[in-house]
Design a binder for this molecule. Structure first.
Ligand code: ZN
Length: 222
């Protein structure tokens, strides 16, 4: 593969979304959360005290702990623990098809899809498991796909300071498939390109061809 580094190109001026978004809310007690689930069961039209539903509030609250565990993790700290020297490696590093499950912040309905991450290192690389963990940190929050795409790219850009970062996400939104317009089989593709992937058309084309045609793959959509 030919060298595609263009270190003299200026970084494109783009608006910066802060990587750390401190969320400061008063968390309710566990009992308050259980009561809230009972309220929603009554809102659905059923009796939270009947036998089949008696354990449901507890299960839902525990599911929420798992679905939204990303608020407890600091993505920057996560990446900072694992710098490695590159020994001059200066080609694209890519992790494809990172499956994720998230929840849309408008309906709290699942978003299921995959993330492709590429970067062109300048002097540091990171273990691939950390890239997958980074996806998890942002997926396990209430999300919109566009924001998640930008957060992953911006965090990598800030911490690794590579020559370029590309993040592409393709996902199906259950708020579209199971309610509202009821359109199954539709996937949304979002991307964020930084550094040389943004400023250099050749480099951008190379990374996009490495990712392949989003949506044209195995079609494992919900
Ligand atoms: Zn939604």
């Amino acid at each position: 593969m030919p060298s595609i580094a263009h270190p003299t190109l200026p970084k494109a001026k783009i608006e910066k979304i802060p990587v750390r978004e401190p969320v400061r809310v008063r968390r309710p007690s566990r009992d308050e959360a259980l009561d809230a689930v009972k309220t929603l069961i009554r809102w659905a039209g059923d009796d939270p005290e009947r036998e089949g539903l008696i354990g449901t509030p507890d299960r839902v609250v525990r599911s929420y702990e798992e679905f939204f565990s990303g608020y407890e993790e600091d993505p920057v700290a996560l990446l900072q623990r694992t710098f490695e020297e590159t020994d001059g490696y200066d080609e694209i590093v890519m992790l494809k098809d990172i499956r994720f499950e998230s929840h849309c912040e408008h309906h709290i309905a699942p978003i299921i899809g995959k993330v492709h991450i590429a970067y062109l290192p300048s002097n540091r690389v990171i273990g691939i498991s950390k890239l997958a963990r980074l996806v998890e940190v942002y997926a396990k929050r209430l999300q919109i796909q566009e924001k998640m795409t930008a957060q992953i790219a911006n965090t990598l850009d800030e911490v690794l300071q590579p020559k370029g970062v590309a993040v592409v996400i393709e996902a199906a939104h259950q708020c579209m498939t199971t309610r509202g317009v009821h359109k199954p089989g539709v996937s949304m593709v979002t991307s964020r390109m930084l550094g040389v992937f943004r400023t250099n058309p050749l480099t951008r084309r190379e990374v996009l061809s490495m990712i392949g045609t989003p949506g044209g793959g195995s079609g494992e959509h919900v």
